[in-house]
Design a protein around this ligand. Sequence first.
Ligand code: SF4
Length: 121
Amino acid sequence: MTDTDSGDVFDRVAVDLDRVAGLADAELVHAVRVDGSCGWLATGDQAPGWTGDDRADRALAARVCAGCPVQRECLEWDLRELRAGRTATTGVWGPVAPMDLPAVFVSWSDRRDGARPAGGR
Ligand code: SF4
C-alpha cells in the first residue's frame, strides 16, 4: 500500500463517520456501552484471554472489534475525545490501530471543523 492509498483509506473512514456525525456524545456513549462487543465480553462469561503481551492482546482486541456493531459510534467518540484533548479509546482499544488514529483524526477533523486536539496532536 502506498502513502496515497493509506490516505484514501483514512479519508474513506472519515467519510463513513459522517453517518454518526449527528449523534450527541451521550448517544455515542450509550451505543458503545450497550452494544459494544467489548462491553458484552467484559460482563459475560467469555472474557478475552488477555495475555499481558501488548502485541498479542492488540491482535485479540482487533478480532473483538472486527465483529462489533458499533464501530462507527466507538471511533466517532474516540475522535471527539481526542479533539477535546482527552485520551481516546473507549472500549477494549478502539476499532482503529493506535498508530493509525492520528491520520484518521486529520481526515475526520478536516471534514468537520478543522479542529485539532488540545495539545496539538
Ligand atoms: S472497542 Fe471495539 S468492541 Fe469495543 S465498542 Fe469499540 S469497536 Fe466495539
